[in-house]
Structures are given as C-alpha cells and as structure tokens.
Design a protein around this ligand. Structure first.
Ligand code: URP
Ligand code: ZN
Ligand code: ZN
Ligand code: ZN
Length: 466
C-alpha cells in the first residue's frame, strides 16, 4: 500500500485548524499528528509533500453540476471528462451531477443514460441526483428504488413550464414519497407560470435584450415559490433543500422556516455572491454570458446571501455549473432573451472564489470548508468519506497556497467554454496540489490525472435530518 505524508501545513476542516502532518495510506487518511511531534516524525512514506506555509484542506464537494446536459435547444459544453478535469484544477474532488428523467420516460432510463455518460470518463469522483420531469404513479414508485440504490435526492422545478415544470399536486406527491423513503427534495423555486406571462409581455413590447431576463424573473416570484415549497414540504412532512437561492427575500423565507424548526436548507452559488444585474446589462449582447435561473440580482442582495451563509440560514455553496459557449450557444438568444440557454460555467472557480470571500472577511476559513466541502457531503449522504480530513476518510486532499495571486481568464481556465463569467478577476489563493483517494491529480500546478480515475459514489440519505 502506498504511503504519502503531507507535512508542515495548516489542516483546516469545518471544525478545526491545526498545524498537523497527514498520513495517507492507500486511498485513505490513516492518521493526523501535530507537526514536529515524535509520532509524525516516525512515519515513513513513499511520497512526501511539503505543505509549509500552505493550507491542507478537504477536496471540494460541488453538489450541483450539469455536465453535457441537453437544455435550451443545445447541450451544456463540458463533458464529464472536461468538466471533472476542470473541477480538479479548481480543488474540487467530488461532483454531484443531475441525471434527467425525460417527459414520458422513466427514472431508470434517465439514470442509466447518465451512468453511461460518466462511466470511465471522470477525473474525480461523482454521484447523481435525479431530476423529476414527469411525476406520475410509476415515477413516484421508482423514487424508492433510486433511494435504495444510492440516488437519494430529487430535483423538482416550479419553473420552466413545458420542460421540467411540476404543478403543486405533483410536487406534494413527490414530497410525500420522499418523506417516506428518506429522499431529499431539491427545489428550483421560481413561479414559472407567472414568469412566462412576463416573458411574453416583455418580448411583445420589444424588450429582447439579456437584461430583461433578470427583469421578468422577479424577486417576488422567487420568494413566493420558496414560501410555497416550504409550505408544501411542511404539509408532506418532508425535508426541503432550495437550490440556487439568489434573492434576499428567498433567504428570509428559508430563515423563517428554519426558525420554526422545519428541516429546510438552502444553497447559493458564487455567481450570486460575486456577480449582479450590472453584468446582465453589459452592452453588445455580452449580458447573455450571465443568463442563468434564478437570475443574477442587484448587488444589494449579496449582503443577505453572505449573512445567510454566516448564520447557517444557507448551508451550501455549489456552482450550478451549466456552461454554454458564447459563440453558437448563448447566441441562440440574440433578439430574444428567452432563447438564451440558461446557465453559467464555474466548477473550476468555486473553491478560489470562496477563499477570496475569506480574504475579504465575508466568512471564516472554517466556514469556507464547511459550505464548500463538509456541509454538501453531509447534506447528500457522503460524510465523512468526503468533505473532511480525518482517519478513515477518503484522501481527497488539496494543498492550497493562500498567498498566491491569480487572475481568472478563459485563456487559462480548463472548462470547455469560450468565456469566463469572472474574466479579469484578481484572486488571492490558488490550488497547488490535489489528491483524489490518495492519487495525485494536480501536482504543483500540473495536471497528472486521468479520465476514468473518478469513481461513482452511491450515497446515503441526508445527514442533517438523521
Ligand atoms: O440557469 C441554470 N440554473 N441552468 C441550469 C438548470 C437549473 O435550473 O439548475
Ligand atoms: Zn512534519
Ligand atoms: Zn434550477
Ligand atoms: Zn442547476
């Protein structure tokens, strides 16, 4: 069994910061010992990684990605191969992607298609949620099978009528089923029926530019849907996880539910923390690069998101990585913002952007690791295998240089997309080395991984509710 020692670094988890050496045996963390002690000094190893002056952190867990997902008349540009390689470059060693049920199709069929897309192609480990696009008697029954197979979370949409949309009756039924089988309902909370009316009116009035995407997807319609989702989950007796929360009033709905003691959880994404409607309003169709749903909000909303992350009103930051090239994909919506494929690239940038939030004082170092590693692992039944550095955990470890400077650019990123939503942004902190189950994937800024190293992860149920 190969042995690696990572020594001299500051080991940061969601709960601790200790100057410790880490012994990796095979694919797992075998031991931690205070740096400089006789115990650590006695370890022999095949490989020694000097982390002096660096952070030693768990690999990131990105619980919301869409690799090669067909959407908006095209397909997300990252494959499982390119997307997981980019994830590794950015210090993320686990992704949870969304398998899609087609309307009229089974969950089994959708899930098997996603197993086939990912199998043998991933650079880091991966798991699946299931998108329920057609809630009916047979798909409800299939939910039980999926939970027992390790696909323990299900995304429903109050948005996108005619595509992924479920009505309140379908939502209630799926929640009741999840309440019984231990599954976790993930909700895209926007009132899609009302949004479609506003889209039609905007286009009829000649308001076709990307910025109107943000205009029609009103804060009130995110807040209303969030409130409705909470009440339906309460009636069903099921836990609820609200994805990609962007509006201050939606955070308030989640906070109010949690204050009542309801098992309601919230996720936000870096784009809502760092970008705003100013980006959507960039001239010359540039705003299309920032079209996603829920939409970017006016900058004033960001403080509520940061506060929510600090106060545990929001638990997780995922990327909702759903990249579409500007050329040929985002351009499908020239002259009609509703035809711009929805989604932003970001799987490579999340750990760095959240470290920048540490540098800027929005969150502590431990909260960084909590919202990016530990909480998503717990939320989706992967902890402590993933999300921490502790004896027995998978040796998914990042050596992170907190003082390195970098500038984000599409010229240097590794995602298969022709622009960056953060082009030119200066960051302090950079991933140096990444291990996935003890195997180097990034070695001092060089990719040494391989497609097919990444393994499929069957998951347990949500660990915040048991
Ligand atoms: O704009 C987004 N978020 N695209 C991906 C699909 C979704 O709703 O998460
Ligand atoms: Zn040492
Ligand atoms: Zn969504
Ligand atoms: Zn998504």
């Amino acid at each position: 069994m190969s042995r690696t020692v990572i020594h001299g670094g500051l080991v940061i988890t969601a709960s601790d910061e200790i100057h410790a050496d880490v012994l990796v045996e095979g694919g797992r963390v075998a031991a931690l010992a205070a740096h400089g002690t006789a115990a650590a000094g006695s370890w022999t190893a095949d490989r020694s990684i000097d982390a002096t002056g660096k952070y030693v952190i768990p690999g990131g867990v990105d619980a919301h990605t869409h690799m090669e997902m067909p959407f908006g008349g095209t397909s997300a540009a990252d494959t499982f191969e390119t997307g997981t390689r980019a994830a590794a470059w950015g210090g993320t060693t686990t992704i949870i992607d969304f398998a899609v049920q087609s309307v009229g199709g089974s969950l089994r069929g959708g899930l098997d298609a996603w197993y086939a897309k990912a199998d043998g192609n991933c650079a880091v480990d991966y798991a699946f949620h299931m998108i329920l696009a057609d809630v009916n008697e047979s798909s409800l029954k299939e939910m039980d099978l999926l939970v027992s197979e390790g696909v323990t979370s299900f995304k429903l949409f109050m948005a996108y009528p005619g595509v992924f949309y479920s009505d309140d009756g379908q939502i209630l039924r799926a929640m009741q089923r999840a309440g019984g089988n231990g599954g976790l309902i993930m909700m895209h909370a926007e009132n899609g029926i009302a949004i479609d009316v506003l889209v039609e009116q905007a286009l009829a009035a000649g308001r076709t530019d990307p910025r109107y995407h943000g205009d029609v997807r009103k804060v009130a319609l995110e807040a209303e849907a969030t409130h409705r989702a909470v009440q339906l989950a309460r009636v069903a007796g099921a836990p609820l996880y609200v994805v990609h929360v962007s509006a201050d009033e939606a955070v308030a709905e989640i906070a109010a539910a949690r204050h009542k003691g309801l098992p309601v959880f919230g996720e936000t994404c870096p784009q809502y923390l760092f970008l705003s409607t100013d980006n959507l309003a960039e001239p010359g169709f540039e705003g299309a690069k920032y079209v996603c749903s829920t939409p970017l909000r006016p900058r004033e909303h960001q403080e509520a998101l940061w506060r929510g992350l600090r106060n545990d009103e929001l638990q997780v930051v995922s990327t909702d990585h759903c990249p579409f090239c500007f050329s040929g994909q985002k351009e499908l919506g020239r002259g009609d913002f509703s035809k711009i494929p929805n989604g932003l690239p970001g799987v490579e940038n999340r750990m760095d952007l959240l470290h920048q939030a540490v540098v800027e004082g929005h969150i502590s170092r431990r909260r960084w690791i909590d919202i990016a590693c530990a909480a998503p692992a717990r939320m989706f039944g992967l902890y402590p295998k993933k999300g921490t550095i502790a004896p027995g955990a998978d040796a998914d470890i990042v050596v992170y240089d907190p003082h390195a400077e970098q500038v984000i650019s599409a010229r240097t990123h590794h995602m298969n997309v022709d622009y960056s939503a953060y082009e030119g942004k200066h960051l302090t902190g950079r991933v140096e080395t990444v291990l996935s189950r003890g195997v180097p994937v990034i070695d001092r800024h060089t990719y040494v991984g391989r497609a097919g190293h990444g393994a499929y992860l069957p998951r347990g149920t949500c660990q915040f509710t048991r």
